[in-house]
Design a protein around this ligand. Structure first.
Ligand code: ATP
Ligand code: MG
Length: 628
């Protein structure tokens, strides 16, 4: 057993003592008396009796020792601006925003919805809510009115903080007009809207409702608002899941458990220490952004970089140039971003001094082996795949170099993270499975500190959605397939609803995709099961090529399709061979970079793809249609 596994074992077998030690990593205003209350499982309360505050831990706690250290560095390649805030300056900004929210009547337990691009004011607003004990709900800036209206009605915020506009790839996208439209669709409109006017899009205030951030900021300059001490299990925020598989769920999180989980993860998973610089390329609208742009690095006394821009502008070297300039220690990105870079000049990986960088962490979707290999060789750094969900708030499976540097295996997020009593379970019998047996990845409750505590406003849906799908056992289902190999490395094999049935064979679309991706011409692919009269379903693949011009030669398309089919034949056997492989230049994905398989299937079967409000690029679906 390696040290990572031993650490994990202790967290389960000697749980209370283990978490008592981890909990010393944060400041408690009132110490807790009970480590975990599990009298009402699957609901669990961590650090009962304790009082603390996320904002205090992220900001105030560092004022004495690190007041002049950069806390937040904002870089925007969209508007060509940069701004650094020291911990002291961050403290001032957050206090001013807390004061302006308080003046609008926001107090403990009130919801504040944040609909913002990647600007510092978004971070101030999150921390200001945490300071007041108000519950923030950050909605990804790329979402349009319908998504936004759904979330407003569910969270019922008193105040919404937004910006006039964001920009992506050099193109301005108005936010405020989308918000106005969303509010007109809502049954529970907010009392006030605070607008950060970036001067990107004409700001037309609604009288009596809209307030302008900069003038409020002046009004509350220098005002200090003490952090409100909150029960450890008080709600800190609500964040909606991406909606890849259905209606988004309002994931609710606590205060104390989340602070402890993040503080300990910075140390054990990210091998970090105060003073480090963390670059996370996610968005504050996603869970990775909440945990590892905002709260984690700041609770860890680090410098966090907030990047507004794409990975390819001004060129594909931008992220590496940030690593060089700011001496980034830890970087966190997503496979989708790296696949975008794969289509760029590989020389860009060698152009910058990356000596400060310890490792690149990746999460959000399966990290296929070719992509992992490409980036690992290109950077010459460890690639640490970590697997988690909005629901869990921090990684379930990960390499944990802060505990021990155990070699990684491509395609595997290594080992269970301490606190997660995670199993691979047979979905028919509910029994634990042995090595190399594929089953559902499930977690035995209590979920660890930092994980979701319930679905906002719907305890029954929490139990029903997550804890009721495995027969005879009340365990949390991740709805992902997984297996553990003979050396105890874990593998995620796709979502439980991504399995297709071809002539009686159950096939994971993920495995077929991996196989297609292993062809050297392919950058990425999506495989779906399409209804077939003869076989029940057949697999159809859509591949994006690294260099689409290879198809220009006469007959090249048919030749490449045949080659790819042969690869699948050899690796997985003819039953897995896709009936067709089509070439497209982009795949239909959610705004968080996840392939919208449901929509592809619908289009392939000639049905209406349904709700497409989370799609990144609607033309991607047209390409799918045209390619058939
Ligand atoms: P919804 O639950 O609303 O359908 P979603 O599941 O896409 O949306 P997220 O919580 O953002 O919302 O995504 C979590 C899912 O992403 C996991 O359940 C898993 O399927 C996938 N995932 C995340 N990280 C990894 C990883 N390292 N390897 C494989 N899959 C991953
Ligand atoms: Mg999910």
């Amino acid at each position: 057993m390696n040290a990572v596994q031993a650490f994990h074992r202790r967290s389960i077998q000697d749980r209370d003592q283990f978490w008592r030690e981890q909990a010393t990593a944060i400041h408690w205003h009132v110490p807790f008396s009970t480590v975990v209350d599990e009298s009402k499982l699957p609901f669990a309360k961590w650090f009962v009796g304790g009082q603390t505050n996320l904002c205090f831990n992220a900001v105030d706690r560092w004022l004495d020792s690190r007041g002049d250290q950069a806390a937040l560095i904002w870089v925007s390649t969209e508007v060509d601006q940069e701004q650094t805030y020291t911990y002291r300056q961050l403290y001032q900004e957050v206090n001013a925003v807390a004061a302006m929210l308080k003046a609008q009547g926001v107090g403990q337990g009130d919801r504040v919805l944040i609909y913002m691009p990647m600007v510092p004011e978004a971070v101030f607003a999150m921390l200001a809510c945490a300071r007041l004990g108000a519950i923030h709900s950050v909605v990804f800036g790329g979402f349009a009115s319908v998504n936004l209206a759904q979330r407003i009605d569910d969270a019922q915020p008193k105040v919404i903080v937004c910006a006039d506009a964001g920009a992506r790839g050099g193109k301005v996208t108005p936010y405020k007009p989308l918000l106005d439209k969303a509010i007109s669709l809502c049954t529970a409109p907010p009392e006030k809207v605070i607008v950060v006017d970036r001067g990107l899009f004409a700001f037309e205030p609604v009288a009596g409702r809209d307030l302008e951030y900069a003038s409020l900021r002046k009004q509350f300059d220098g005002v200090e608002i003490p952090a409100v001490w909150l029960d450890s299990s008080a709600p800190s925020y609500v964040l909606y899941t991406s909606g890849t598989t259905g209606k988004p769920k309002g994931v609710q999180r606590d205060v104390g458990g989340y602070a402890v989980a993040l503080a300990s993860s910075i140390k054990h998973i990210f091998n970090g220490k105060p003073g480090d610089t963390f670059l996370c390329t996610s968005d504050i609208g996603w869970v990775v952004g909440h945990s590892y742009i905002v709260y984690g690095p700041l609770i860890g006394g680090q410098t966090t970089i907030l990047y507004e821009g794409t990975p390819v502008r001004p060129d594909g070297g931008i992220l590496w140039s940030l690593v060089e300039r700011f001496k980034v220690d830890t970087m966190f990105s997503a496979p989708t971003a790296i696949r975008v870079l794969k289509k760029q000049d590989p020389g860009l990986l060698k152009k910058y001094d990356l000596s400060s960088l310890r490792a690149l962490y990746m999460a959000g979707e399966p990290l296929d082996e070719p992509t992992a290999q490409w980036i690992s060789e290109g950077l010459g750094k460890p690639i640490i795949d970590n697997y988690w969900q909005t629901e869990t708030g921090w990684p379930i499976l990960a390499g944990q170099p802060g505990i021990e540097n155990v070699p990684t295996k491509f395609g595997s997020p290594s080992f269970p993270v301490y606190g997660f009593d995670v199993r691979v379970i047979d979905e028919q019998t509910g029994e634990d499975l042995g090595p190399n047996q594929k089953g559902v990845v499930a977690i035995v409750p209590p979920l660890p500190p930092g994980a979701m505590t319930t679905i906002w406003g719907d305890d029954a849906r929490f139990v029903e959605t997550y804890f009721s799908s495995i027969p005879g056992r009340q365990v949390y289902s991740t709805f992902d397939w997984g297996l553990v190999d003979e050396e105890d490395y874990w593998f995620i094999l796709g979502r439980t609803d991504d399995v297709i049935n071809v002539a009686g064979h159950r096939l994971g679309t993920r495995e077929i995709e991996e196989s297609i991706n292993s062809h050297s011409a392919v950058a990425e692919s999506a495989v779906v099961g399409i209804a077939d009269q003869l076989k029940g379903q057949v697999a159809v693949g859509f591949a994006v090529l690294k260099d689409p011009s290879v198809l220009d030669a006469a007959g090249a398309t048919q030749k490449l399709e045949a080659e790819i089919m042969k690869v699948v034949d050899e690796q997985l056997g003819p039953v897995a061979r896709p009936a067709r492989v089509r070439f497209v230049t982009t795949l239909p994905k959610t705004r968080s970079g996840k392939v919208l398989r449901r929509a592809i299937v619908a289009v392939c079967e000639g049905r209406d793809p349904g709700d497409l409000t989370t799609i990144e690029d609607p033309t991607a679906l047209e390409q799918i249609k045209d390619s058939l």
